[in-house]
Write a protein that binds this ligand. Structure first.
Ligand code: GDP
Ligand code: MN
Length: 409
């Protein structure tokens, strides 16, 4: 069963010298803009001080327009590994309909803007989602690596990462690592699942075990775990979606039940996702869960392979990246469900991470007791949904602070 690669602090200098350790063919990758330089430096400094000062992995920075000399100079000063900058060509960047039917494209985006859901009216956000769904891993600077770690402007790492996640993932046969799991806004993906099911039928794909995490397939509810089953039975009467949540929670939980405290979202979900229309094919629905792709550590070929590429091309052809606002996160997750088993996934519960209003703190966050108790009583009262709503005002308390190696604060 998936659990942290290490408990507590690793003596990094010895770890690096161990003859069995091998630096991996890996890179950080960030799509960004020139004017985000401050946020980019913030992220790079956080990553360097909590991880890369010991490991010196290289960076790839991508942009739809050339990076300025100033941008490159500032980045080069901040990193401890090699760094490469490149533009993405228009075939990777633009949405095909932008070139072929600009009017229809513009109308679709404007309509989504009028409907008012997050970034619906932003053409560049749609491009970015499509790029991260199906193109980033095809860029030559990324493709020449075996592993990547996706980063963004304005991210924070709170804990020292004293081992090499790439090496450990390889050693434990992991293919995809995540840190936060959330629900998608229904209005952005109303037809994504329907098309995904159509793709599965058309190409006769047999989804792997991870699929059950995303699909509200009523077979899932016939789980063998007894304790889980009783919760499922309890909640399926109240609301089937809550029963699905139990499956997700079970997936996120480590061997030690306390590990489940690890997730901390800084948002309070205002309302439950809109119910989904029953799928016309199989009585399956998308439960809207996905790995938040803002944080990803994965093998490049987890995406760069015939099944996922065919999936992306299919989604691109049916137009969901512009007719709707399919995010790269749900697209990645559903794609992973087609290809991976639960064992292929690693939950980096030990990495303290934040971007904008979303955060993950490891289980020894200072207020974990409080969060856990409150969550538990809510659970008994049936307010299971808010289990993870909490704020970590003081950042994360991390098991792994290593003053011997570095002054963390
Ligand atoms: P959010 O985190 O979902 O709010 O999305 P962001 O706006 O932060 O976009 C995700 C990433 O894509 C960030 O690293 C942005 O810098 C990058 N990005 C988004 N739109 C563009 C764009 O039009 N051009 C470039 N070069 N990067 C973009
Ligand atoms: Mn962002």
């Amino acid at each position: 069963r998936d659990k942290p690669f290490y408990e507590g602090c690793v003596d990094t200098l010895s770890y690096l010298k161990d003859p069995s350790y091998k630096k991996m063919n890996a890179t950080f990758v960030m799509l960004t803009k020139n004017d985000e330089i401050d946020g980019v430096l913030h992220s790079v400094n956080s990553l360097e001080s909590h991880f890369n000062q010991w490991f010196h992995y290289p960076y790839v920075f991508l942009n739809d327009v050339p990076f300025s000399e100033e941008f490159k100079k500032e980045i080069k000063n901040a990193v401890s590994g090699d760094v490469h900058f490149d533009i993405v060509d228009k075939y990777m960047w633009q949405i095909p309909e932008e070139r072929t039917d600009p009017e229809a494209f513009k109308n679709a985006i404007d309509t989504q803007g009028d409907r008012g859901f997050l970034y619906g009216g932003s053409a560049s956000y749609h491009r970015m989602c499509r790029f991260y769904s199906g193109s980033f891993y095809k860029h030559p600077l990324v493709r020449r690596h075996e592993w990547y770690w996706r980063i963004e402007p304005e991210i924070d790492f709170y804990c020292d990462i004293t081992y090499d996640p790439f090496f450990e993932m390889a050693k434990h046969n992991k293919k995809y690592g995540f840190n936060i799991m959330i629900e998608e806004i229904y209005a952005t993906v109303p037809n994504l699942f329907r098309y995904t099911m159509a793709f599965i039928k058309k190409y006769r794909i047999k989804p792997k075990t991870l699929w059950k995490l995303f699909s509200m397939n009523h077979n899932i509810l016939k789980t063998s775990n007894q304790e889980l089953q009783s919760w499922v039975n309890f909640y399926r009467d109240v609301e089937p979606k809550l029963a699905e949540k139990i499956v997700i929670e079970d997936f996120l939980r480590g061997e030690n039940p306390e590990d489940s405290v690890g997730l901390g979202f800084l948002i309070r979900r205002s309302k439950a996702a809109t119910p989904i229309v029953e799928d016309q094919f199989d009585n399956e629905e998308y439960n809207l869960y996905h790995f938040w792709s803002n944080f990803e550590i994965a093998r490049v070929d987890t995406f760069d392979n015939p099944i996922y590429n065919a999936y992306f091309e299919y989604l691109d052809r049916v137009g969901g990246f512009w007719r709707e606002r399919w995010g790269d996160a749900p697209v990645h997750s559903l794609g992973l469900g087609l290809m991976l088993d639960v064992e292929d996934i690693h939950y980096f519960r030990d990495i303290g991470y934040q971007h904008s209003i979303m955060a993950h703190c490891p289980k020894n966050a200072p207020n974990k007791q409080l969060v856990y108790k409150e969550a538990d009583s809510r659970r008994k009262r049936g307010f299971f949904k808010n289990r993870y709503d909490s704020t970590f005002e003081n950042g994360c308390g991390c098991r792994c602070k290593c003053p011997r190696q570095r002054d963390t604060e």
